[in-house]
Ligand binder design. Sequence first.
Ligand code: FES
Ligand code: MG
Length: 601
Amino acid sequence: RPNGHSHNGHAQDANGTRKLRSRAWFDNPHNPDMTALYLERYMNFGVSREELQSGKPIIGIAQTGSDLSPCNRHHMVLAQRVREGIREAGGIVLEFPVHPIQETGKRPTAGLDRNLAYLGLVEVLYGYPLDGVVLTIGCDKTTPAMLMGAATVNIPAIAMSVGPMLNGWHKGERTGSGTIVWKAREMMAAGEIGYEQFIELVASSAPSTGYCNTMGTATTMNSLAEALGMQLPGSAAIPAPYRDRQEMAWRTGKRIVDMVHEDLKPSDIMTRDAFHNAIVVNSAIGGSTNAPIHINAIARHMGVPLSIDDWQTEGHDVPLLVNLQPAGEYLGEDYYHAGGVPAVVNELMGQGLIRENALTVNGKTIGENCRTTPIQDERVIRPYDQPLKAEAGFVVLRGNLFDNAIMKTSVISPEFRDRYLSNPDSPNAFEGKAVVFDGPEDYHDRIDDPALGIDENTLLFMRGAGPIGYPGAAEVVNMRPPAYLIKKGITSLACIGDGRQSGTSGSPSILNASPEAAAGGNLAILKTGDRVRIDLNRGEANILISDEEIATRRAALDAEGGYKYPPHQTPWQEIQRGLVDQMGNGAVLKPAVAYQKIAQT
Ligand code: FES
Ligand code: MG
């Protein structure tokens, strides 16, 4: 049955094995001109014609590491071991570069580049002779960009973390990347340290290759890539420089070749059950507020129904088990020694919280993979009955200010609770005067101005910081109080906004507000001095003005041409602003979600 179709719908080779999609390039007798051209150039790369036409799986390595991306740079080393694994298992390797994304290096935001890297990956996976792909993940946006692309194309794909940096240390204490910045800026604002000491303290947190060693967005998303079933069990937590990381690279390379033979695709793995598991694990690890944006984006490209409300319904009641900064005290190396993701999943399985039949990249279920991994250090990963915090998931808020925003209530400090939430009649509601900033530059210029009259009960608002307003959405909602309040011991005020905040921040902000001011949201009509009421039990956030007043202000703003935001600086900023969805919907490119499973064989 040459080039026929099997009973399961797959095209087959003459010998009856499944015909791989790369055959359309390298072994296509109906199109000899093109076949010759394809072969000729890839033979130049150093692979023989005999091998290219042998029917071996051709495996891409999507390389996110580069000099511009220090967090992922170690993938350039690890790729050698991935290659060896692929070759050993009988595959052919074609490594290719991915548009770089460095969270700390990209202006104006790295968020802008997630969808760009996604588009680039889709185009490569669709347009080249690849039967499967290794997705090198790590720094914040690289993980969702790679998983979103794999979802759209839906060829066999396996993710591999680069791993966190080693623990940071300063004067005998752990310093966590990102998290130390928020502490150091308070110390500098209070006059305790100067500029030189500030830099030294922050730099101590980043002692090696790898991504942020805190439970920031990187460790969160790498853990969730494992919880989704998209990387080998135990892979997420191995620190970048450890020898175990090299071994994992080799195993990952070997495994993707078998996945191609088994035709195990992202759609077999990233099911609704897998997304449920990701939400539950995110609460237990104290995951970043960026997780709902990215996970919802992956689900949308996979065609799996998932809403922002599912994060509260499925995740809010799950306790915090992982004692990593910013919510706790430890760092990435400790997380690995304590058992990493499999130990967390196993502990949650004991409570029936994990959908254990979800399939993973190794061909086994998550239940099978994690059932035998106990917690190795209960200081770092707590047993379920001794959590760090109860109810560690997100609360979803809505009202006349926005359709949805999220808050991580587990990071509310006792001091914050006393100050804002002390009304005995309504213990989880608070009211206060709004002070409004238009973007991070405006905030930096004015936060210390005494004329704003900011006191310990003020609510700070950040707008113009969403996917359109500050292209890609800026991580700026966790605003520090004015220096004069920090000197009095007030280290956090209620912060609300249409931007994001870094996963390394432990601030109890209300953020990711959708729609943003620049997309017609009512944050645009809020004025400094307005009173705002937040009710965490009811999930409401409202400006305390009448509907008529809202309509009047809206009409006045529309007459001026709507909420103003800075002009585009690059072509991509303009293109993305025209196509991007709001954060509650994953901030995906709206036209892209219509393209699903575009290259599955
Ligand atoms: Fe790259 Fe934190 S900045 S992982
Ligand atoms: Mg970040």
